[in-house]
Design a protein around this ligand. Structure first.
Ligand code: C2E
Ligand code: MG
Ligand code: MG
Ligand code: MG
Length: 291
């Protein structure tokens, strides 16, 4: 009887494994094509100064415009890219695209920084900073317009490598942000040795800050830590007015989230930016008139 029960269960487990392996392989093959056929695109999500509301930057987020499946989110293919080494060319593409866009925006009178995600595998490259600076130079962008987002776990995996690679980038003017902060095993001692400019508070903590005491404590602790280290902070995933008020009161520098704007293609971002500037100017004019 035990055999009869085990048989089908094993078969199901096997089939599931095959499905997963197949789709991973398929994503890998299609992603190789996507890189050659230009199916990847970069969207931009606004970042605002929480005091005053000025738009200061945008995070570059990759999307896959799949000919059959439509727009695919990075959660579905970045992990596969990471496992197969495709994240190197993918990362180069996103950095080049983001740098080119930042330069174009600067020329258009949109003086914002563009933040680019770096995969842990990319970061492990012993010539990481060299490769980044070369891409930035080729795009003709002022390095101070570029911010690199390194995840906390990637930065902490090898602190001396991190320090070595980040120092030349910072001397060139590139800003360094620690992404998804609070989700790893934060080693505060190692963190103080790391040259960086911004801590990004992970979306999960911002989401839960007004609901669970634990998340609230994490947000407050990160903001306090950033103050003491004299670095800036970005609250990720701000969706509600209450969340905005909470992180602003805690002294957070920047906000990013659906409350302000979703990730959008460059042209949509420009329209959003112009609209936002118009609203700001009208508010200033109205205030002046009232006086
Ligand atoms: P991340 O770097 O932490 O990026 C923030 C994610 O939160 C983005 O998801 C963004 O769309 C989402 N988000 C922002 N505000 C809100 C909000 O108010 N509500 C909700 N529900 N979500 C919000 P996205 O674009 O799906 O990217 C997911 C992750 O994929 C990124 O997390 C990053 O780890 C990775 N990724 C994206 N683009 C790249 C890339 O070019 N290279 C690499 N290596 N990884 C990337
Ligand atoms: Mg990020
Ligand atoms: Mg993040
Ligand atoms: Mg995150």
């Amino acid at each position: 009887a035990a055999r009869l029960v085990r048989g089908p269960a094993l078969r199901i487990a096997g089939a599931e494994l095959n499905d997963r392996a197949y789709s991973r392989l398929r994503i890998e093959q299609e992603l190789r094509r996507a890189l050659v056929e230009d199916e990847l695109e970069v969207h931009f999500q606004p970042q605002l100064a929480l005091g005053g509301g000025r738009v200061t930057g945008a995070e570059a987020l990759v999307r896959w415009r799949h000919p059959v499946r439509g727009l695919i989110a990075p959660g579905e293919f970045v992990p596969v890219a990471e496992e197969t080494g495709l994240v190197e060319p993918l990362g180069r593409f996103v950095l080049a695209e983001a740098s080119r866009q930042a330069a174009a925006w600067a020329a258009m009178g949109i003086p914002i920084r563009v933040a680019v995600n770096v995969s842990p595998l990319q970061f492990r490259n012993p010539r990481f900073s060299e490769a980044v600076l070369q891409t930035i130079r080729e795009a003709g962008v002022d390095p101070s317009r570029i911010e690199l987002e390194i995840t906390e776990s990637a930065a902490m995996a090898d602190p001396s490598h991190a320090a070595r690679e980040l120092a030349p980038l910072r001397s060139a003017g590139v800003r360094i942000a620690i992404d998804d902060f609070g989700t790893g095993y934060s080693n505060f001692a190692a963190l103080t040795q790391l040259p960086f400019d911004v801590l990004k508070i992970d979306r999960s903590f911002v989401r839960d800050a007004l609901v669970t005491p634990g998340a609230r404590v994490v947000v407050e602790a990160v903001l306090g830590l950033a103050r003491n280290l004299d670095v800036e902070t970005v609250a990720e995933g701000v969706e509600t007015e209450e969340q905005r008020a909470f992180v602003t009161a805690g002294g957070c520098t920047f906000g990013q989230g659906y409350l302000f704007g979703r990730p959008m293609p460059a042209e949509a971002f420009e329209a959003w930016y112009a609209n936002r500037l118009g609203t700001e100017l009208r508010a200033v004019a109205a205030e002046a008139q009232a006086q």
